[in-house]
Design a protein. Sequence first.
Lengths: 202, 202, 202, 202
Amino acid sequence: MGEKSDIKRKFILDKAREVFSEKGYKNVTMKDIVDACDISRGGLYLYFSSTDELFLSVLSTENEEDDEETITAALTGTATAGDMLALFLKEQKKEILRKKNGLIVASYEYFFAKKVSVKDNPLKSQFDTAVRIIERLIENGVESGEFYCENPLGCARNLMYVVEGLKVTSKAVGISEEAIDNELMYVLQGLVPEELNNINNQ
Amino acid sequence: MGEKSDIKRKFILDKAREVFSEKGYKNVTMKDIVDACDISRGGLYLYFSSTDELFLSVLSTENEEDDEETITAALTGTATAGDMLALFLKEQKKEILRKKNGLIVASYEYFFAKKVSVKDNPLKSQFDTAVRIIERLIENGVESGEFYCENPLGCARNLMYVVEGLKVTSKAVGISEEAIDNELMYVLQGLVPEELNNINNQ
Amino acid sequence: MGEKSDIKRKFILDKAREVFSEKGYKNVTMKDIVDACDISRGGLYLYFSSTDELFLSVLSTENEEDDEETITAALTGTATAGDMLALFLKEQKKEILRKKNGLIVASYEYFFAKKVSVKDNPLKSQFDTAVRIIERLIENGVESGEFYCENPLGCARNLMYVVEGLKVTSKAVGISEEAIDNELMYVLQGLVPEELNNINNQ
Amino acid sequence: MGEKSDIKRKFILDKAREVFSEKGYKNVTMKDIVDACDISRGGLYLYFSSTDELFLSVLSTENEEDDEETITAALTGTATAGDMLALFLKEQKKEILRKKNGLIVASYEYFFAKKVSVKDNPLKSQFDTAVRIIERLIENGVESGEFYCENPLGCARNLMYVVEGLKVTSKAVGISEEAIDNELMYVLQGLVPEELNNINNQ
DNA sequence: AATGAATGAGCCTTCATTCAT
DNA sequence: TATGAATGAAGGCTCATTCAT
């Protein structure tokens, strides 16, 4: 497979991500992908031999682009820790509210079913990465006097579990934008009691 | 359906709950249920007209027994708010660690896929019920001086989102008992900074 | 599966035998069987889970009925060895000429492809049984003065290899009735030079 | 097609023969051929327009080389009829025992399924050719006093049916070298009772 | 009430053949 | 000539649900 195939491969991955975003993991069939890509049944198998392989490929291309990029970019700026945390939470909120689920639902469905070794589990590494970033953010904020926090790691973890809880809850039962704001603000207030962060404006 | 049918209905629900607990939702076939119950395929349909209905029925009988029972029992006792909250968290921890997934995985699998109106979503009502209980608990604790909390509802919600986050994370990527303890303690400490609750002993 | 299922099982086996007879082994699909039986795809799988299993089942029911029965019946009669051998060859001729192949073609196709241990190979055991019967027949004929043969076993084997050769050749390239007669007579003449057996009348 | 194409055509036929020899007919896919030839899928179709044509071409080139070559060479030599017949049988034995099936299995698989007109059937012409050669051989032998045979054509046919029977039996159920020797010797003894031909040494 | 055989829609997968380059 | 990506028909298999008994 040469250059041309690479383009098509990417094309399929893109379409597949859309499909997985819309329908989760278990409900996606090869036919769904095939229809979305408008290619033949057999054609798809030239690139991916199962939904499994396809999904994992989607997941791994996903990582390279999204979170890290945005966030790390922000971290290297000159913004204050508070601004950055607010930015991070705004991103999370955006993902939580996104109509097309992103891959949250599909990922959970997938990793509920397959038992993947912890170190190969992208959900896990994404989570851990996020925790580390937030931890550093909080530490910076504490140093600069913006935040008050005795246990930055614990606090970062707590924040991420809340975000995770919000994500899955919102996907499974729906959640209003207001409720998300309330929740995220609650968490922020724990860090900076005297200041009400505004994360309303999407 | 007479009395006898009711017994059988309950029997099926019990067996089905076991199956869903073990295998999630999508991986369960009617054969699994039928085998577990040792009844005929057709027989099952006399009591439940579809997989969906069966699963939803399992979910709603769930409520009646587990949480409410335990917790409400505790609430009517003479225990302190702190004790009760600790008890609640202990129960949650037990469920998080439970080898058989409980219905968490199956529930999320189900509600990820089906778009159920919010008010009919048992996950939602379970969540809300739990929030209300905890809110009351915290209010009680604040009144009695055990807790310090300016926003009991927010705090209760926060706690529940953390618990939800822990639940799904643990099912999807695995989580150590220690990590759960750390997290739950962190939350408790937010309420009662001077007192370290012991929720270690299962 | 009770009594009723047994009937259906037999019914399927019968239809399947017809199909295998007509189309050989490799060209038979589950759909062919399903169509021949006028049952549903899934229905067939209740009884047989692959063409393989189905074919072997057909083969084993086959044995119980056909050759042995006819031949052994003849052997217990009062006919002379010559008559009996002629009868046997007439049967073989009938099978060679049969429009619907019987299972010869399917069997060879099957056992060409699958390497079955010699002792489990029904082709082998059928062949050996036939050799034994003919050997005895020849011995009887020699005793009674009808035949002349120094090596009955070798002669029996020779006869069977010729028959086998005729069978497959006829199925693969077609063969005229006359050619079969010529060939079988040639073999007989080796045993009874002075007498021309008549195996023409089908 | 120029000279170069002819070379490539032969090359493909050679490789294809190997593949068909190893795997029979039905189990061979275009990919197998294409891989063996290390050419492109499309490239193959420049030379052969279908699997069928390819296979039939393999079969017909077969003839040109193998048997005829060896045998005709022998026939033009100064060897005795007995030597030549022994040589022929030795060749047959070699083919029967060959690990790679030769094209026997593939041929039968093919002609069992496709109904080819008798005169276009290469199996048929191969068979007939062999019969004619052997017939002449026997006649020569009879003339020279080596053989005794009243019906050379019948005898030749008989021999070929035995050989055919041995071939298919050996491919379908396996057969020992000893058994082949026994059988072939039995046939020879019919021609030359007083002389034991040695066809043991491969 | 209860059974379990039967249905058929739907998913997965392979492969001979074509065709744009 | 040569390539190999693409097609789509065809076969395999499973499972929720129905229905005659």
